[in-house]
Design a binder for this molecule. Structure first.
Ligand code: ADP
Length: 302
């Protein structure tokens, strides 16, 4: 059974603007799935519909086989949602935030205590359980959001830009926590602007642009499709302007650094021959590791 199955989902807002143009989307049970797209693409609209926060205009949404409209209570039980903005009461303790959420799902207090302990331990927040949440660091607050979303044991966890604005170290530790949640059987759908996040975590991906799905595939298939690889070249000497080499996309980042787009079918040899001919000496080269980003730009046409 699919964790999520969306058919022909359309959303037209009250002002007549159509944010989703009949999208189809499938997420397998147990998947770690990325929903990627630029600002305004329709990601929040799609997620808002799945979480019953926004009414759909047309189409069907099924979550673990339950129809969103006809069996909305069952769908809600299946889903844990981590919104982008921190939206818990910052004057409550960490534990109470999670317990209150359990109450919202009708879980008896005794059972809620057990579940809260499990979720807080899983998110490495057990020692902070009696702390008033406004005293927590930004990374801890994000983990409280995840612990809260897990308390009713959802089969599907939806994370809307979970690591927006947190530093790289915290981001990586959160990736590890998300991986663990997924490995324990929870399906995860993640929206993100950090393309390396999707690349590092997700097995499947959909890319949405202007309310239309423009790509829906395995992450590995998508990565294999990348046409251009980007490299950063450090130069021995300063350059006044970037060199021009036919067939290569060269951008000057600063006086001694170039970014070069090398098309998949072309190698380095021709580039280096031509740079040498122009009197430019390269001291080091590294992969820019933004393969997904360049692919994304290819797909949405810049
Ligand atoms: P994303 O999450 O990908 O940034 P959204 O789903 O928030 O995109 O928005 C998709 C489009 O729908 C945007 O053009 C946005 O301006 C529009 N939109 C979002 N909410 C509303 C609303 N309540 N009324 C009208 N238009 C909206």
């Amino acid at each position: 059974m699919k964790a999520l199955s969306i058919r022909n989902l359309t959303k037209t807002y009250g002002n007549g603007f159509t944010a989703l143009h009949g999208i189809d989307l499938e997420v397998e049970d147990g998947d770690f799935f990325a929903l990627l797209g630029p600002n305004g693409a329709g990601k929040s609209t799609a997620i808002g519909i799945i979480c019953s926060l926004i009414n759909l205009s047309a189409g069907t949404v099924r979550v673990f086989g339950h129809d969103l409209v006809r069996h909305s209570e069952k769908v809600k039980q299946c889903i844990g949602m981590v919104p982008q903005e921190i939206n818990f009461n910052q004057f409550e303790t960490v534990q109470n935030i999670v317990l209150n959420q359990a109450g919202y799902y009708g879980i008896a207090y005794k059972e809620a205590l057990v579940r809260a302990e499990k979720c807080l331990k899983q998110m490495h927040l057990w020692d902070q359980r009696h702390t008033v949440s406004r005293r927590l660091s930004g990374g801890m607050k994000r983990r409280v959001m995840i612990a809260r979303a897990l308390v009713h044991n959802p089969r599907l966890l939806i994370l809307d830009e979970p690591t927006a604005g947190v530093d790289i170290e915290i981001r990586r530790s959160m990736w590890q926590l998300m991986r663990e949640v997924n490995e324990q059987g929870t399906t995860i759908i993640l929206t993100t602007h950090y393309l390396e996040e999707a690349e590092s975590l997700c097995r499947n991906i959909a890319i949405i642009d202007k309310g239309t799905i423009i790509k829906h595939s395995k992450m590995s298939d998508l990565l294999a499709q990348i046409k251009v690889n980007h490299f950063i070249l450090d130069l021995a000497d300063r350059l006044a302007q970037p060199p021009v080499v036919e067939g290569y996309d060269i951008v000057q980042l600063d006086s001694q650094t170039l970014q070069v787009g090398i098309p998949g079918e072309k190698g380095f040899n021709q580039l280096f021959l031509e740079l040498t001919r122009q009197g430019i000496s390269v001291t080091s080269m590294k992969n820019k590791s933004n393969r997904l980003e360049s692919l994304f730009l290819d797909l949405v046409g810049g």
